[in-house]
Design a protein around this ligand. Sequence first.
Ligand SMILES: Cc1cc2nc3c(=O)[nH]c(=O)nc-3n(C[C@H](O)[C@H](O)[C@H](O)COP(=O)(O)OP(=O)(O)OC[C@H]3O[C@@H](n4cnc5c(N)ncnc54)[C@H](O)[C@@H]3O)c2cc1C
Ligand code: SF4
Length: 312
Amino acid sequence: MSVTILTAYDERPDGPGEFVYRAGGTDLQERMRTTGATPHVLDLTGVPGFAGIDRTEAGTTIGAGTTVATLARDLATDYPALALTAAGLATPQVRATATLGGNLLQRTRCWYFRHPHTTCFKSGGDSCPARDGRHLYGVAFDTAPCVHPHPSSLAMVLLTYAATVDTTQRSGLAVGDVLGDGSDPRRDHLLADDEVLTRVTLPPPAAGERAAYFRSISRFEAEWPLVEAVVRVVRDGAGTVTSCGLAIGGVAPVPLRLDALEDLVTGSMLDDDTVAAAAAGASAGASPLPETGYKVALVEATVREVLERVRG
Ligand SMILES: Cc1cc2nc3c(=O)[nH]c(=O)nc-3n(C[C@H](O)[C@H](O)[C@H](O)COP(=O)(O)OP(=O)(O)OC[C@H]3O[C@@H](n4cnc5c(N)ncnc54)[C@H](O)[C@@H]3O)c2cc1C
Ligand code: SF4
């Protein structure tokens, strides 16, 4: 394998598609190994300002090169939902290296996509072999031509904060603007080939926020979740929920923010009836594939779990 490693200060090869960016490399290097691809690699690490957390009264700005482990450690008090999700994904080794930007822009984990001898929409083909083939870890909300769920746990939790994203070409993008809705099956994100994600901005911390994150998983760790959910709530002195953010991942072409259930929970005391209604509602609109029917019950159980955890 012949790979050219460039730094951000080197002259780039001409034209989009001639190089790929590398942050932590935990996704990119694995794809290069499994597919045998040998692109020019443009290393983003070391670029001034690429990593770091900046708190102001207007909000908190996180450099795209900030590691997942840093998010888990440094944001536990101010943004507990983000910190818990960061702490819950992958392994300590991956979290120490993987970056916020790389997490949002990582490619699908579908085994057809990562196989060196199969093609699909996402690798230059014109079909989805998983749809008629094996899709045990596929979507339960079949809303797009690609039937593998988006892999980013951090995208899921950032939806609940209505976080915005800046790139070298655009600013103030919603996470949904970065990931799209899955309608273009070739893409896992909508940034241009030569566009660098530079930072993510969160609103100011919500005083008294409590959060819970839970992943239903096929083994203890070092695995993407079958279904994951995160919730963040603020309650007043009487225990009434005054604001709620709730999202799920592992089940659709992009993570899903459950706005209707946020409205259901807001104004409630998070009593048993509310938790049961929200859990039951979490699977509304599900349209599982032949092998993913099991995820419908898991969605409900996972949402129930985070709501029970967050109410303490
Ligand atoms: C065992 C295991 C379990 C895992 N479980 C989970 C999980 O549960 N949830 C989860 O979310 N993730 C999980 N991951 C994936 C892991 O979180 C990602 O590999 C990691 O976040 C990618 O970050 P990185 O900095 O290493 O990205 P890289 O590998 O460097 O890059 C990933 C992609 O993004 C592009 N890129 C990176 N940064 C930028 C930027 N700033 N601007 C433009 N393009 C950029 C690269 O070109 C590449 O295509 C798991 C990984 C492993 C190995
Ligand atoms: S599910 Fe998506 S990534 Fe997997 S084969 Fe189909 S199009 Fe490709």
